[in-house]
Design a protein around this ligand. Structure first.
Ligand SMILES: [Zn+2]
Length: 74
């Protein structure tokens, strides 16, 4: 399967399943996001929001795939 379309980083809302575009930098520095589709507030407090953590892990898996595709040494 060729599934290597360039999509913006982000994750799907656990409530409405809408896509929430979030850069990796935002994931690192921001504590919460608002779903643009249903205005759900997603907090990144680990104990607080396991769904958000699951979403983050999916993003990180995607990031691994991206870094495999484009190798940067440095
Ligand atoms: Zn939503």
């Amino acid at each position: 399967m060729n599934d290597q379309t360039q999509r913006p980083s982000g994750f799907n809302c656990p409530v409405c399943a809408g896509f929430i575009p979030v850069s990796m930098q935002q994931l690192l520095v921001m504590e919460r996001f608002i779903c643009p589709h249903c205005t759900l507030e997603i907090r990144l407090n680990r104990a607080d929001s396991q769904k958000a953590i699951d979403a983050l892990q999916k993003v990180q898996e995607a990031e691994k795939a991206v870094s495999r595709a484009s190798v940067f040494n440095g």
